[in-house]
Design a protein around this ligand. Structure first.
Ligand code: ZN
Length: 271
């Protein structure tokens, strides 16, 4: 599942590929993903020009010259490509936006948990459907104090807190596991038991790891590929996610299921 660094890589690549390009034709090959696709045909997209593409949470948001936004979520298996019209349509490519340079923005999603919609921009400059989601982890407002305050009175495990999109948005399973390992905090710890120093350490590690993952093009664990078809290389940097042995102490890595997701941690190094 594409996480924040993958969505960032995709958005940066789309910004380059789409900026200044005009949409000449819209094709839809399947009625709906997580949300309906057919409204795209009546949205009046032909003739509109892309002005930018940015990331918010795990969404890629491509802005049009009329202020509306094409909002993409990749679900479990979504892939977006910008390729020439000579490449035949793949079986699970459900949307084509033809561009004025002969290329096509293609959205593929075999498992159909993703979404591809046109939305109006809200007051904060982001799509209306994303109003009310939490702070971005790389935003300056997400600091040790913020996490400490957010964790007070919360009895749920710390891993579930940092994966709660209403608190801080876009930290998925892989990066939560890596962050807590780097910070030496057990994913099972009750959030309300965190000290201010531990909150600061978690915040620092989240930012460091996400920046590193963005630099390395994200993590290819299953179906994710960048817009140009290249795979994320951050997978080589993973320390605890999916591992059997702790790289720090050599002990056995433990797993637990938290919030329905498997968590890897070292019982010796993470307290
Ligand atoms: Zn260890």
């Amino acid at each position: 599942m594409p996480e924040l660094p993958e969505a960032e890589s995709i958005s940066r690549a789309l910004d380059k590929a789409l900026k200044g390009r005009r949409i000449t034709k819209v094709e839809v090959f399947f009625p709906r993903l997580r949300t309906p696709l057919l409204p795209l045909l009546k949205a009046g997209l032909e003739g509109r020009k892309f002005v930018s593409c940015r990331r918010r949470a795990r969404y890629a948001v491509a802005e049009l010259d009329d202020g509306r936004q094409v909002v993409m979520h990749f679900g479990m298996s979504g892939v977006v490509r910008v390729e020439g019209a000579e490449v035949p349509r793949r079986k699970h490519e459900h949307v084509f936006l033809h561009l004025d340079n002969g290329k096509i923005l293609r959205f593929e999603d075999p498992r159909r948990f993703g979404s591809f919609e046109v939305q109006r921009k809200g007051k904060d400059g982001w799509p209306e459907s994303l109003a009310g989601i939490g702070v971005e982890p790389l935003d300056r407002r997400f600091d040790g104090n913020f996490l400490y305050e957010a964790s007070r009175g919360r009895k749920k495990p710390v891993k579930e807190l940092i994966m709660d999109n209403a608190v801080v948005t876009g930290i998925g399973n892989i990066y939560a596991a890596e962050t807590l390992f780097a910070a030496g905090v057990s994913p099972l710890r009750q959030a309300c038991a965190l000290s201010p120093a531990e909150c600061l350490s978690i915040v620092r590690e989240v930012k460091r790891i996400l920046r590193l993952a963005i630099k390395w093009g994200g993590t290819t664990v299953s179906d994710f590929k960048n817009v140009d078809g290249s795979e994320g290389r951050f997978v080589q940097k993973l320390k605890i996610y999916g591992k059997k042995t702790c790289p720090r102490c050599g002990g056995k890595v433990a797993t637990a299921v938290l919030g329905g997701r498997t968590s890897w941690y070292c019982p010796a190094c993470q307290k």
